[in-house]
Design a protein around this ligand. Sequence first.
Ligand SMILES: [Zn+2]
Length: 347
Amino acid sequence: MASKIAFQITNVENTFLDPRADFQPTTIKSQVRIDPLTGRTGHFSHFGAIKPQKLDIEKYLEPQIKGFCPFCGDKKNHVTPMFPEGLFQEGRLAMGEALLVPNLFPYDVYSSVVIMTNDHVVSLKNFDDEKLYNSFYLGIDFLKKVKGKSPSIPYQVMAWNYMPPSGGGLVHPHQQYFATERPGNQFTDEYRAAELFYNNHQVDYWTELIEEEHKHKDRYIGQVGDAHWLASFVSLGVLGEIICVFPGVFCIEDFTDAQVRHLVSGVQKVFCYYLENGIYSFNASLFWGAAGQKFFPAHFRIVPRTYLNTRDYAPDINFFQTVLQEPVSVVLPEDLGKEVRPYFIKK
Ligand SMILES: [Zn+2]
């Protein structure tokens, strides 16, 4: 039976007289890919030209660079907000080192920040099971409680900027958790397209995608418990994108404690790959769809971020992403899948 998912690639060739080769003709290849779900495109070019830049993370501890951090030491108990009475009796939610507080700069009706650690700077190597588990657990617990209080708000999002190249304003590790009716254009487009796919095929796109990717292996990375990890066919990041899907988990109430542990275990494997490949910064998200639907399972995505260089700190986002709203990647997803897969096999 023909696949319900079409992976479309347009190959592009440019020929020019190359100054690096005595002005002999050179042909350079690039690709445009069409996302099988949304129809959005992504460009792939300049292969291998952008390398993640080394970040001296210890420098963020130097007093003149560190400056004031509201999440450090006892300050977090005095300068971060508290929930008003009636929302959470406790004012703030805590678990181990993780502390969840309202966002001082809220994005939506329910908007919170999880301060993940006591330490101001935490390398990827030092995000142990407990730190990650406590943070995710606390944030997800918050979103479940919010869902109980305001069931009409359909979507829940975790978002995480790690280290300055990601655009994060504070180095101190923190995640954001919010419930919303407007989860952003990417999710909204995926959500609408997934509903259409389900209506057309009576199967959810993501389950079908996992099956398809597992068969072909190129972009399939591995399974950890209930979670399947893949390199995305169209990458949102310059250095590629990895997603993790929880088939059958259609709303936040269905997201179990065991699945939080599966997620943490997979995230640590990705961190191992990042560590060995000089990746020091990322954006990540975790998204849950509305209760009652059967077409959009929970999924996590993670995108490395870097400066193009540390001479003038050019960011890895330019006119493509900002005004054309078009992702560009210098890494082919099939190569990324091959590179990350061993981290999901070895212990
Ligand atoms: Zn701090």
